[in-house]
Design a protein around this ligand. Sequence first.
Ligand code: URA
Length: 317
Amino acid sequence: MRAALTALTDELKRLKSAGVSAVSVSADSIAALRKAVASRSTKAHVPAFDGEPTETPPLSSRPGVTQAPTRSPTASTPAKSVPVVGTLPPPPVFTLPAGDKTTRWEWLRDYVLTHPVCTKNVRPGKKVVLGVGSLEAKIMFVGEAPGAEEEVRGEPFVGPAGQLLTKMIGAMGVKREEVYIANVMNWRPQTPTPEGVEQVGNREPTPEEMAFCLPFLRAQIEIVNPDLIVAVGATAARGLLGSSAFRTLGDVRGQWKLFAGKPVMVTYHPSYLIRQESMGPVAERKAKRAVWEDLLKVMERAELMISDKQRGYFLEK
Ligand code: URA
């Protein structure tokens, strides 16, 4: 089954790189995929991030694409889709109220969580997601968009990638609550899904969606006023630096850039590290070391203490 899923993923990637942006899939195929994904995703495994190699778990406990569906489509399910990507209005223009950080952040939270465009883009029962963390944070992490767990809990980075991000922050000697964590998007980018069925998988936000949500991120940066920003993953980097700022993430990873007057360190997304785990211990260690070197630069710039042990995390022994 794993080989079949890998072959399917490869084919979809090939089609995408050939310019195909949509494929039609029968309800039976979706049902079969859901069954396969559900059987792989009972309990998400999150690799360690403390300088030690991860003990590789059995394949059956690795994270699947997303949580198990609440209802499987059947052949008789009408292929009706919940309205998703439509044309968005221009990005919102608003002014934060005067007051202290808490007053301004709470105003922003209410504004974003009740914004009609945001609420229209989440499915019933799911949540719009604003950043969380310390309003006094020196470091702000910015990711892509909420996923399945995040839109349920209304908090960024709480799924497997988020748990790994929390470990990465811990490896820096900092608590999750001491930094601020946000996304370039405030809702989970939707994919056409038959009515009443949970979305499987995630898609990248469109440039239009990111442009719409960017004022919300700028407002969070204005309120928190961090010393620096860490952009995790290519989508976050594109959201902040612009879609033509680089070709591949490797072109900018590990470099300081600028957004809203703040230094931005670009690094890999924790999901990438989770994926590297299945490529073997060497690939996993190399990817973690690359991210760790970026985070060491962040620690230096934020004037955090760095022990010799920390400096040596993920180096070949
Ligand atoms: N990935 C992200 O980029 N953001 C989240 O909030 C969760 C996963």
